[in-house]
Design a binder for this molecule. Structure first.
Ligand SMILES: [Zn+2]
Length: 140
């Protein structure tokens, strides 16, 4: 029986490890080749600001459409969110109804009925805070 033949196989190269200073040293600084910035051409970048500045837009909040009842709206005078207070006053609708009743022969006070019924009168809205007039709901 023969003994196996061993051969000396060196996997790693036999060299001393680097010293601490060699291992922890920063790699040598190599400066990147410098490229000059692109040439400036007027009007390309940044964009020109020769245009006129935009005019600020004033937004006027429209008041809610007034109805024949107290309406929640913003008072244009005191800018408060209010529910309008209303008063009924005879308008064109009441007068035209009165004229119509008169032409129909109802002259013994019956022609005055439109002035007593709120549904025939215009509605005047006012602000309960500043007591100023806001608008009129006109009956047609
Ligand atoms: Zn007001």
């Amino acid at each position: 029986m023969d003994n196996p033949v061993y051969t000396d196989i060196t996997i790693f190269p036999v060299s001393p490890p680097p010293s601490y200073l060699e291992a922890s040293a920063c790699p040598p600084h190599t400066e990147a080749p410098r490229t000059p910035p692109p040439a400036y051409t007027p009007g390309s970048f940044p964009p020109s600001y020769n245009e006129t500045m935009p005019v600020p837009v004033v937004v006027v909040q429209p008041t809610a459409a007034l109805a024949d009842h107290p309406t929640a709206t913003v008072c244009p005078h005191c800018h408060c969110q209010v529910t309008t207070s209303i008063t009924h006053k005879p308008g064109m609708s009441a007068w035209s109804t009165c004229l119509l009743l008169t032409l129909l022969g109802l002259i013994c006070g019956f022609c005055l009925i439109p002035f007593m019924i709120n549904k025939c009168k215009d509605v005047h809205h006012s602000c309960p805070e500043c007591h100023r007039h806001i608008g009129i709901f006109v009956r047609t």
